[in-house]
Design a protein around this ligand. Sequence first.
Ligand SMILES: C[S@@+](CC[C@H](N)C(=O)[O-])C[C@H]1O[C@@H](n2cnc3c(N)ncnc32)[C@H](O)[C@@H]1O
Length: 207
Amino acid sequence: MNKPAQVWNQRYQAQPLAVDDAWLWQWQSLLPLPSGGQALDLGSGDGHETGALLALGWQVTAVDISEQALARCQAKHPPAHALLADARDLSALPAHSFALVIAHLSLHYFDQADTLKAFTGLQRLLTPSGLLLGSVNAEDDFNYGAPKDASNWATVLVDGLPKQFFTEAKLREALGPGFEILQLNKRQSLRYGAAKSVWDFAARVQA
Ligand SMILES: C[S@@+](CC[C@H](N)C(=O)[O-])C[C@H]1O[C@@H](n2cnc3c(N)ncnc32)[C@H](O)[C@@H]1O
């Protein structure tokens, strides 16, 4: 088992890891009508978004690198399909199979090459005009390890895990020409106690 998976398994043995901040609801006006559609919850953790998506009528595949997280997610949300996989290699999933991908705080653990690979991989999974909703650490997330200058793509080791902190320019680069950016907002989250600075984004695969 790789180091990040070990760290996340240990974290999920202690609960709760984060409060459910109902993050998905801010995107309500953008969400397509599920009509039995397929959604991917990438880095699902113990399933806050998986639960919300199921409640909305989506069929949900929950992907995480941590077995502990997936076991919890599956116990809380039995209809979800749980898949142990790394966000950088989702080749086990068929192309164009998801109308919606959620990546809530799960795409900020990689260097530049792996980040670009992960975002490109999501383009492959989404249907034409499919929607990606995500949230990543912002460059001024100082309470959670952001360096003074996050303008380069160096990762920072925080509590044994490599972390990436995004400037707006880096996030735009990650989304690349393959996604049309619909929304990009800096926000303070209180889900872990101390204020956390994040970029929330909504993007559509270029048709
Ligand atoms: C900050 S938690 C967010 C969990 C969940 N999305 C939520 O908002 O409650 C990050 C999650 O990403 C998962 N993760 C970290 N690196 C990953 C990777 N390379 N591939 C897939 N999942 C990963 C972790 O196991 C963890 O569950």
